[in-house]
Write a protein of this length. Structure first.
Length: 283
């Protein structure tokens, strides 16, 4: 087991040793992350600085968080905007058949968080423990997938690009909030219990919610159905750092998640190490 871990770390380090392209540029990933029919490059993930793309993403955010989940937000012109947007990298997933923007997340690096006044998650959690983590970190947020594309392919492409971002930019930890919309009928107590049993972080990585939930009673017959994004985070190897926080504005509960680059699934790391893997290029 120790030998396998050593080989994996060596493999990751070999990628980290490569020159990486500045994230201020616009990138594209085209590869095996395809649709369910198997056709290559049905969905494309790219970081963008295009004002038009960012506005389309903000409109998608508003549609999902406000119209679908019932979040209370001030959103002139139907655009979800906040003060963090100008400090973030914006990652979009596009349907190459229609040109439609079908997935999104924003990335706030530790360096950019200085000018932003801290990470967004600090509004909901006491993040004191972050100061004890070695290495670089980046926060993801406002992650959303178009309702017609929640079957898995778009999430896979989005996460593949995020995983590669971690490796290219030498990010040691990815962090952020994973939400459970209270309007969607999830059995919150069952989800909390499942996370505590299988996906909880080490004690030294715990954070404290600023608005904790009241004690929940688990339902013995409760469904373990879980939001697709939260499930994707956990499959990627992310850990949940303690109790969730109630977010009254977004009508949801948020779990603080932490993903170490060393916990990335081998299939992602091996994919990036293959010579045939398409390389992110400025466009």
């Amino acid at each position: 087991m120790l030998a396998q871990a050593a080989n994996r770390i060596k493999a990751i380090n070999s990628v980290l040793a490569r020159p990486f392209v500045a994230t201020a540029e616009k990138f594209r990933l085209q590869g095996k992350e395809a649709n369910s029919a198997g056709s290559a490059a049905r969905f494309v993930a790219e970081f963008t600085r295009s004002r038009r793309d960012i506005m389309r993403a903000q409109r998608l955010r508003y549609r999902i968080f406000s119209e679908e989940y019932g979040a209370s937000m001030k959103a002139p012109f139907g655009l979800d905007r906040d003060r963090f947007d100008k400090h973030c990298l914006h990652l979009v997933v596009r349907d190459t058949q229609t040109g439609e923007l079908v997935g999104y997340t924003r990335v706030l690096t530790d360096r950019a968080s200085v000018s932003a006044g801290g990470f967004y998650s600090a509004n909901e959690f006491d993040l004191t423990m972050l100061s004890r983590l070695p290495g670089r970190m980046a926060e993801i947020g406002r992650t959303c997938i178009h309702p017609a594309h929640r079957g898995g392919a778009v999430i896979t492409v989005l996460w593949s690009r995020l995983a590669r971002f971690m490796i290219e930019e030498r990010i040691d930890y990815l962090l952020g909030c994973a939400s459970v919309a209270l309007s969607e009928g999830y059995d919150v107590a069952t989800i909390v219990n499942r996370i505590q049993e299988r996906h909880l972080s080490e004690p030294e990585q715990r954070v404290m919610p600023r608005l904790p939930l009241s004690r929940l009673s688990a339902n013995d017959q409760g469904s373990e159905r879980m939001p697709a994004l939260l499930k994707a985070y956990l499959r990627m190897g992310a850990k949940v750092c303690g109790e969730p926080c109630w977010d009254p504005d977004f009508n949801c509960i948020d779990f603080f998640i932490l993903l170490s680059v060393n916990d990335l699934p081998p299939r992602y790391v091996q994919h990036f190490l293959q010579p045939s893997t398409p390389v992110m290029q400025a466009v």
